[in-house]
Design a binder for this molecule. Structure first.
Ligand code: DSN
Length: 456
């Protein structure tokens, strides 16, 4: 008899098929990505890195068992080396990077490896504050990195954009070794040029090198698809990302950098030119052991997909859908942070819109098969547990093929559920509206099942 786990996986397939995923950091991978993730590559240990120095045309040789040069600590690598090399080369092409480290198990691991590569304990990092839309790994006091390094936070303006004046003031006052632009709840396109200018002024003041780091986890797919600027094109040194959000790959992390690419075996000097080598050493052996080569393979497959022309169209449609959904919501009385969106993500101030908090709304929408998450707003009296907002986005529904027409329908369901929440007042009372919620759930199911989830 099959393990109970497989019954739960079947249940989850039904949940994913019959509902619509609006969490902006989630997506549906292709059947090929799924298949690489579930492959026998999980059986293999491959601590270290592929090298291929002096093997021109290795890709053309395609599938051979020839053992290529590498920096691995285990034998048996002819296939794994080629797979990881494909992932690295494709990532560099997608993001205009000199180097890619495809081994981080997650975005948090990727960020921590970059800090470890460049900083000494006690060094200062300037990043966006968590309530303003930044990420936990950008210095939230509950994290390991915040215990090791000194994080200083900049905020956002009333209209939801980065407060560049605050960023500049804090940069010049605190002299950070890293200026970090990145977020998980921000709907504007950052002014990378302005951040480069601020960095240049800081360097002029101190005479010391400052790393510019971008955590583009949310928008990496938009960058790959050419509908969002790429920080590496503006002079940023490092870009980290997860691979599973808009990029539509397996769950994992990725570090892209500019600089000299060389053997990770020799400890290099800590200079910006050496960042690629410093990062390789910081991922392994610095912060991780064996890479997950089944995930690296799935990353390679997804990067191959993102290099195709269809992906550009996908990225464009994500943004079009997000803008259309934002417009519909506004027409129905929803107050949006930043008054709309320039990317894939919408932050709704439900407290100001309707008087209730994000938690009751998240639960009520879950009951009809629409999944999003309650989220803090920049100035939020409700705290992390009863935040005043919800965060939603369009990467996953766009993968399923929903378009502008369906955004209207979505907004209308969201308004009906908001009206129910106004009447219910508490989560417990939602059951009193079972009949209305069940009707809505059937409508969502009808639409959702007409747009199948890839790979199911
Ligand atoms: N947890 C991710 C998100 O949902 O944005 C960030 O890591």
């Amino acid at each position: 008899m099959k393990d109970l786990v497989f019954n739960l996986i079947e249940n989850e397939k039904v949940r994913q098929s019959e509902g619509l995923e609006l969490i902006p950091s989630e997506n549906y991978v292709s059947a090929d990505v799924l298949s690489a993730m579930g492959s026998i590559l999980t059986n293999k240990y491959s601590e270290g890195y592929p090298s291929f120095e002096g093997v021109p045309g290795w890709e053309e040789k395609k599938i051979t068992n020839e053992i290529l040069p590498n920096y691995r600590y285990y034998g048996g690598q002819p296939n794994v080396d080629r797979i990881e090399r494909l992932a690295i080369d494709r990532a560099c092409r997608l993001f205009h990077a000199d180097h890619a480290n495809v081994q981080p198990h997650s975005g948090a691991q990727a960020n921590n490896a970059v800090y470890f590569a460049w900083l000494e304990p006690g060094d200062t990092v300037l990043g966006m504050s968590l309530p303003a839309g930044g990420h936990l790994t950008h210095g939230a006091p509950v994290t390991l990195s915040a215990h090791i390094y000194n994080f200083v936070a900049y905020g956002v303006t009333k209209d939801g954009d980065i407060d560049y004046d605050d960023l500049e003031k804090k940069a010049l006052e605190n002299e950070p070794k890293i200026i970090l632009v990145g977020y998980s709840a921000f709907m504007k396109i950052p002014d990378f040029e302005r951040v480069v200018e601020i960095r240049d002024r800081l360097v002029k003041k101190t005479g010391k090198e400052v790393m510019l780091m971008a955590d583009m986890a949310h928008v990496a797919g938009l960058i790959a698809g050419g509908v969002h600027p790429n920080p590496l094109d503006f002079g940023f040194n490092v870009m980290t990302t997860t691979t599973h959000k808009t990029l539509r790959g397996p769950r994992g992390g990725l570090i892209l950098s500019k600089g000299n690419v060389a053997s990770p075996l020799k400890r290099p000097e800590k200079t910006l030119d050496n960042i690629p080598i410093l990062i390789d050493r910081a991922v392994f052996p610095g912060t991780q052991g064996g890479p997950l080569e089944h995930i690296v393979a799935a990353k390679a497959v997804s990067f191959g997909e993102a290099l195709k022309p269809e992906f550009k169209d996908y990225a464009k449609r994500i943004v079009e859908n997000a803008k259309a959904l934002a417009d519909e919501l506004k027409k129905l009385g929803f107050v949006l942070q930043g008054d709309g969106t320039e990317n894939h993500l919408i932050l709704v101030n439900v407290k100001e819109s309707f008087g209730f908090d994000g938690k009751i709304y998240e639960k009520a929408l879950d009951m009809i098969g629409l999944t999003l998450n309650a989220n803090s707003l920049p100035i939020d009296k409700g705290g992390a547990f009863r935040p005043s907002g919800v965060r939603l986005g369009t990467p996953a529904i766009t993968t399923r093929g929903l378009g502008i027409k369906e955004m209207k329908e979505l907004a209308s369901w969201m308004k009906t559920v908001a009206d129910i929440c106004v009447k219910a007042k508490t989560e417990e009372n939602l059951t009193k509206f079972d009949k209305e919620l069940t009707t809505l759930r059937e409508e969502v199911k009808t639409l959702a099942t007409s747009f199948p989830v890839p790979g199911i």
